[in-house]
Write a protein that binds this ligand. Structure first.
Ligand SMILES: [Zn+2]
Length: 455
């Protein structure tokens, strides 16, 4: 490890107790998309207290912010998420038990995500302050990753235009430089409008919006036979009528289409939209389609990934106490998984797959606007069901804390590499240009402000 990396590691260890406190506080607040007022403030205040210039409420979102330190080139940034998921509240214990019935919980570990990234940015800032590194470091506080995808509006605002390389990470059940893409996704709302009537006395006066909804989902489900295996179609019925003795005059669904690439997703999206007209004709009702938001697949950068991988190897694996291993085994037992304990070995960098499967993230949109380096770090035992109480449990105790501190170090060390090697930055940029090719990025959101206060 060179002296900059040693200084990064020392800084993170110096701030470790405070970082854990911040992460635990965000974990306990467990605020969902666009309601992350306290979580965002905790991080923004901490950045400000550490000498960053903080711009709050960027891109029309009160909980989005940018923290900047330094001046000139290069400009290196890191992403921090902090939103929770509804309904999966859980105590920091290995058996299922909500902290508060029905409340939200950090089932994706975003309390660790935001805090680790800010910890890394602060460590880099300290090296800029002493003159050891030259340039600018930015931390992006990015809200609503789990719903609506706040980063799209930040990208649309051009917030990454002056950035040379961006870094991101995600809590995981394994530790690796992440060189896999994600799925592109598009969300839209379908509404049907009919005529209400008594369901028994005069049903001939009624035109049923819920008939249209059922015909529509039937159409989607028939269509599944004719889509490519990489495509996913999901829907959530948000309103299917209120009571049994009224012909419903209104129904609403949230529909989502995904594919490994945006280019494959768009024709499916057009087809699924067109089916709404068919259903409306069959049920003799009116319909309306509204785009909610859509995100790109992640543009991988292997040159950046290789730098991250080297730093993971320098750091070595995370080590666990017997109590932590036992905690992990208990989680595995409770979720019906083999009791293998924690997996903190550093996996070798994978071949980038053509069809990665898995989920989607609005990091994708950032990655089409600036070269992006991704990292996964273990914060939960192997095979843990994600977006579940089990991840919430680990994120509020030492297994999650260890992963967070580890991620902060790996991010900070990789940023130090980028500040110290313009050649490396150029290599990463040229891979980015090559992968992006002729594709012109178009944000997939409707005109107007982000959907704050909507659900
Ligand atoms: Zn997540």
């Amino acid at each position: 490890m060179n002296s900059s990396k040693k200084a990064i590691v020392n800084s993170i260890e110096k701030h470790q107790a405070r970082l854990i406190q911040i992460s635990d506080s965000i974990w306990a607040h467990a605020e969902t998309a666009f309601e992350e007022d306290d979580s965002s403030k905790i991080l923004a205040d901490y950045a400000q207290a550490n000498g960053f210039a903080v711009e709050r409420g960027v891109a029309g979102m009160p909980t989005a912010f940018v923290a900047t330190y330094g001046s000139g080139k290069p400009v290196i940034s890191v992403l921090g998420e902090f939103d929770a998921l509804p309904g999966i509240s859980q105590k920091a214990q290995p058996t299922k038990s909500p902290l508060e019935d029905g409340a939200a919980g950090h089932g994706c570990g975003h309390n660790l995500f935001g805090t680790a990234s800010l910890g890394a940015a602060i460590a880099v800032k300290e090296l800029i302050e002493t003159g050891k590194l030259k340039g600018t470091v930015k931390f992006f506080g990015t809200p609503a990753e789990e719903k609506f995808f706040g980063k799209i509006w930040m990208v649309k605002e051009g917030l990454w235009d002056d950035v040379d390389v961006n870094l991101s990470w995600h809590p995981s059940a394994k530790t690796e430089a992440d060189v896999q893409s994600t799925l592109a996704l598009i969300d839209f709302k379908v509404e049907f409008f009919g005529q209400a009537a008594h369901a028994s006395a005069d049903p001939w006066n009624g035109r049923s919006a819920s008939d249209a909804l059922e015909l529509y989902t039937t159409g989607i489900n028939y269509y599944r036979e004719h889509i490519k295996p990489t495509v996913r179609i999901h829907y959530h019925i948000q309103d299917g009528g209120q009571v049994v003795n009224v012909v419903p005059d209104y129904s609403r669904l949230w529909v989502r289409v995904r594919d490994t690439k945006r280019s494959g997703m768009m024709p499916v999206y057009e087809r699924v939209k067109a089916m709404a007209e068919g259903a409306a004709i069959l049920a003799n009702v009116d319909y309306k389609i509204s785009l909610i938001s859509g995100i790109y697949e992640v543009l991988v950068n292997r040159a950046g990934g290789a730098v991250m991988q080297k730093n993971l190897e320098l750091l070595g694996p995370i080590t666990y106490t017997d109590e932590e291993t036992e905690f992990g085994r208990r989680i595995q037992q409770e979720t019906g998984k083999p009791q293998l304990g924690m997996d903190s070995d550093i996996s070798p960098m994978e071949v980038t797959k053509e069809n990665p499967g898995g989920g989607s993230t609005d990091v994708g949109d950032v990655s089409w606007n600036v070269p992006n380096i991704n990292l996964s770090v273990t914060v939960a035992p192997k095979d843990t069901p994600w977006h579940s109480w089990a991840v919430v449990a680990c994120g509020g105790m030492s297994i999650g804390h260890k992963g967070m501190v580890h991620a902060a170090k790996a991010l900070g060390m990789t940023m130090a590499d980028l500040f110290e090697s313009p050649k490396l930055v150029e290599k990463i940029k040229s891979e980015y240009k090559e992968r992006k090719g002729e594709e012109v990025y178009e944000p997939m959101v409707p005109e107007g402000p982000p959907p704050i206060g909507n659900n």
